[in-house]
Write a protein that binds this ligand. Structure first.
Ligand SMILES: *[C@@H]1O[C@H](CO)[C@@H](O)[C@H](O)[C@H]1NC(C)=O
Ligand SMILES: *[C@@H]1O[C@H](CO)[C@@H](O)[C@H](O)[C@H]1NC(C)=O
Ligand SMILES: *[C@@H]1O[C@H](CO)[C@@H](O)[C@H](O)[C@H]1NC(C)=O
Length: 173
């Protein structure tokens, strides 16, 4: 006990000094905007910003706001990276889960053209190179929230709600 409090007392002034010295220090959450008129996706986060050409791949209903989930990746010869998208309910009372409403086998995400398949829907970045750089920006969010998301369909034994880590937002303009 004594050893721990001694360490805290020793390090606290060093932390304070480091923060005070860097007056530009700020927490930054990822913010993306899909600009429909230009077919462009703009993302801004801790590591700066990035713009890529993008398209909407059959999003259900006319959702305009999404929570961006954690970074996801597969290894292998052609590594794929993506982020799940959780739509804000139209009546603004909460968030839906990332599975496509009414079609539970469809998953909503922000991904590159390489991941396009009949199981994926969402916002698609056309150029793989641009996507790689954009994914680095998106995942650099320095804050996150834990939100409750609701499944549209669920069986008797399935949970209706899932808690997910949200690293930012995506808005459709
Ligand atoms: C100061 O803050 C900026 C971000 O605003 C960060 O990029 C930089 O690494 C920080 N420098 C130090 C010494 O912590
Ligand atoms: C995007 O980043 C560039 C380079 O750091 C900066 O000059 C520009 O102001 C940023 N744009 C926005 C809209 O934040
Ligand atoms: C789309 O959004 C508008 C308002 O933004 C709303 O009036 C309309 O009912 C929505 N359409 C559907 C199919 O949900």
């Amino acid at each position: 006990m004594f050893g721990l409090s001694y360490k805290i007392l020793f390090f606290l002034p060093i932390f304070c000094l480091a923060f005070a010295k860097n007056s530009t220090f700020s927490l930054k959450t990822t913010k993306c905007q899909f600009i429909s008129a230009k077919n462009e996706l703009f993302c801004d986060s801790y590591k700066g910003n990035k713009t890529c050409e993008a398209i909407i791949d059959s999003l259900p209903l006319n959702f305009t706001l999404f929570a961006i989930g954690e970074f996801k990746a597969t290894a292998g010869q052609i590594p794929l990276t993506w982020f799940r998208l959780f739509p804000r309910k139209i009546d603004n009372t909460g968030w839906w889960y990332y599975k496509h409403m009414r079609e539970e086998n469809k998953k909503m995400s922000l991904h590159s053209k390489d991941k396009v398949s009949k199981y994926n829907t969402g916002i698609v970045v056309v150029d793989s190179l641009c996507w790689n750089q954009m994914a680095q920006v998106i995942k650099s969010s320095s804050t996150f929230d834990v939100i409750q998301t609701e499944r549209y369909n669920y069986g008797i034994f399935a949970k209706p709600f899932y808690r997910v880590k949200m690293i930012g937002t995506l808005e459709i303009l």
